[in-house]
Design a protein around this ligand. Sequence first.
Ligand SMILES: Cc1cc2nc3c(=O)[nH]c(=O)nc-3n(C[C@H](O)[C@H](O)[C@H](O)COP(=O)(O)OP(=O)(O)OC[C@H]3O[C@@H](n4cnc5c(N)ncnc54)[C@H](O)[C@@H]3O)c2cc1C
Length: 409
Amino acid sequence: MTNKTSAVDIFIVGGGMVGSALAARLAPSGMRIALLENRAPTPYDPASAPDLRVSALSPASIHFLEQAQAWFAIAAMRSAPFRRMQVWENRRDQGTLFDAAEVDAQWLGHIVENRLVQLACLEVLQHHENVTVLCPDEVSQISYQPGGSRISLKSGQAFEAKLLIGADGANSQVRKAAGIALDSRQYPMHALVATVNIEGGERDITWQRFTPDGPQSLLPLPGNHASLVWYHRPSEVRRLLTLEDDALLDAFRVHFPAALPEITGLVQKGSFAITRSHATSYARQGVALIGDAAHTIHPLAGQGVNLGFQDATVLSELLLNAWQDKKPVEALTLLKEYERKRKLANHAMQRVMDAFSYGFSNDIAPLRIARNLGLRLANHDGPLKREVIRYALGLKTLSLSIALNLFPK
Ligand SMILES: Cc1cc2nc3c(=O)[nH]c(=O)nc-3n(C[C@H](O)[C@H](O)[C@H](O)COP(=O)(O)OP(=O)(O)OC[C@H]3O[C@@H](n4cnc5c(N)ncnc54)[C@H](O)[C@@H]3O)c2cc1C
């Protein structure tokens, strides 16, 4: 017996933060949408400690989540707003403080657990009959066709989609099915990530210090929790993860800035390899890539999912306009317009993160002088500092020409 094939306008593979938010933003239009996610997120439990995977969301990302009708539910679960960002260049300097008030903004962003963003977006989709959420289910085969792709699932269901969207993360199956190549590079560092308990100190601020081994950061979470990230050589991260909890806490206390709140306990820990990757194209007739499926970036400045939400913002606007004007959503001109608006901007941000990672993660004298000078310049109130804050807010997109001028190869 053959299973029935359902026809949809848009099939999104990957219901992580970016894919589920895109579906939620498009849902009220009435398009027939299917969203496939292979791992069902565990429901929210207010008594649980925060997850290991958290993201610093910019106001621009939060605005997109508001448009997707999901932000209210995220805020009602839990999130930690921050108004200031303290950055140190080494163990001795005074540091540079970026404050939202300098650009008349209320806050610089919110730290949110990735799973809660996903849960809130999936919840929005429950209210739309035109959206089919397939979770948990998995792809058994994707047959990309410019005139309409066919997606067969392990459950036996099959779909034909005018437009196939890959929001399926760094190892995107959609990207492979569409024959789009990937440029990728592994950084010589891993991220040790830990949820810790903290006591004392201020909570509306994030801390980051650049050391020759790699950046270190602490992001306050609701309650007495914080997310700690320590970038280091892969072998050192592996060694740190073999330590008993008390010994690892001692290592945090010794190696992290003394100005941080006291780190009193370890809730959970893990590590991530750090890769920069960029798809050579974001779109072909009938297929588009967004979020980590299109690009991954060094997370030291917490930009990855913010770039993904910018992709989703641009693509959703183009799709909603086309739908309203009764134009085909799968048209190559529309999808290339999306690529044109996002690919260079994402590339520019990758270049800047490369420069930060390289420039701050070694002790070569001219670089040390240059970065000290840079942070000192940024420490003075003025246009440069306000520009940096606007980028952090997601109010501005970094243009490639600025990135290339600031950080020539
Ligand atoms: C240590 C670390 C810290 C970070 N901190 C920040 C930060 O502070 N701010 C920030 O903006 N970014 C941050 N990032 C980056 C951010 O986590 C990613 O950019 C973001 O998760 C990408 O979201 P996405 O939805 O595009 O992809 P993913 O999160 O990878 O989601 C893809 C989804 O697709 C599903 N999927 C995959 N394949 C299939 C398939 N074949 N069928 C069905 N489903 C599938 C997966 O289960 C997953 O749910 C950080 C990253 C790391 C490693």
